[in-house]
Design a protein around this ligand. Structure first.
Ligand SMILES: Nc1ncnc2c1ncn2[C@@H]1O[C@H](COP(=O)(O)OP(=O)(O)OP(=O)(O)O)[C@@H](O)[C@H]1O
Ligand SMILES: [Mg+2]
Length: 296
């Protein structure tokens, strides 16, 4: 009851007050998405997160694949609690967060979680009440989204500062990457995307995927796509998946690992936008369909 009251007070602040209170956050929120499944999103998130911790960033990974989340499995972790417990108010954020390699923090997905926007008011309240505990302790929050274009996937993407679209050279992956950008643009007004091409045989193949996507995007959508690089196809990635570790940890000299290190350098140079959009409370509000200034 007391908790709910505090929250109500919080959500009833004026827009200016809330902007000031939360606008200090320096967290950079980055979502990783693809449309098509199996193109390497989870591997990108896990290895990018680890590479970022190695250059001194405090990283939080949010497994937002509500149906089939598997970051914990990929890293051989067996977390006791997950988002499900958080949403139901059974556990606090700090209890649900798990430690991963390099000191990264992980919020594991629960299975079978409904659309966040459909949560009951008490669930939204219990989730919101936990958020302030995070804002100041992390630099980068990486969100691993599910495949497809469901409401949750779209909300996670629209709540992030930067959207990394992962595509592979396969034609179906390219068309699905286009589809996800199209929906994010036409329905949600997003117009900036970062393209990462995974599983390429050489750098030219990555640039070719960018050229193809860029051409159709220029012609049919008014969006800008930044090409942020490629990850080489590397058997060490699947070997590390089997061993439930990240490739960067297990095979630091592998070609894919070097690509992840380069990617982390690029990402760490992206400016931190002070806009409220990157604030974690804002993110959850969007996800849960809490209206702009707090009506639950
Ligand atoms: N650079 C790479 N080189 C070789 N194999 C890779 C590479 N990246 C990913 N893979 C392989 O692709 C498989 C799928 O990767 P991952 O689970 O990261 O994809 P995903 O996009 O997260 O899938 P989903 O949509 O199901 O969540 C992995 O098991 C791994 O073996
Ligand atoms: Mg995945």
């Amino acid at each position: 009851m007391e908790q709910a009251l505090t929250l109500r007070e919080m959500v009833n602040k004026s827009p200016t007050q809330r902007c000031t209170a939360s606008g200090n956050s320096k967290v950079k929120v980055i979502s990783v998405t693809s449309g098509k499944g199996g193109v390497g999103k989870t591997n990108v998130v896990v290895n990018l997160a680890l590479a970022l911790t190695r250059i001194g960033k405090n990283v939080l990974v949010l497994d937002a694949d509500m149906g089939l989340g598997n970051i914990d499995v990929m890293l051989g972790l067996t977390p006791e609690y997950n988002l499900h417990h958080l949403i139901n108010g059974e556990k606090g954020l700090l209890e649900v967060m798990t430690d991963g390699p390099g000191g990264m923090k992980i919020l594991p997905a629960g299975s079978g979680i409904q659309e966040l926007s459909e949560l009951a008011p008490h669930q939204k309240l219990s989730l919101l009440s936990e958020l302030d505990k995070l804002d100041h302790s992390i630099d980068v929050m990486l969100i691993d989204t599910a495949a497809g274009i469901s409401g949750n996937v779209m909300y996670f993407n629209t709540a992030a500062h930067d959207i990394i679209v992962v595509a592979s050279p396969e034609p179906t992956s390219i068309t699905d990457a286009y589809a996800v950008m199209k929906v994010l643009h036409t329905k949600y007004g997003e117009n900036r995307f970062k393209l990462l091409v995974n599983m390429v045989k050489d750098p030219a193949e990555g640039r070719e995927v960018y050229r193809k996507l860029g051409r159709v995007a220029d012609r049919f959508l008014n969006i800008s796509i930044d090409y942020i690089g490629y990850i080489l196809q590397d058997k060490h990635v699947s070997l590390s998946v089997i061993r439930q570790r990240s490739v960067l940890e297990l095979y630091p000299q592998a070609e894919a690992s070097r690509c992840f290190v380069d990617l982390a350098r690029i990402v760490s140079r992206w400016p931190v936008n002070q806009h409220i959009k990157g604030n974690i409370q804002f993110l959850w509000r969007r996800l849960m369909g809490v209206d702009a200034w707090g009506k639950i």
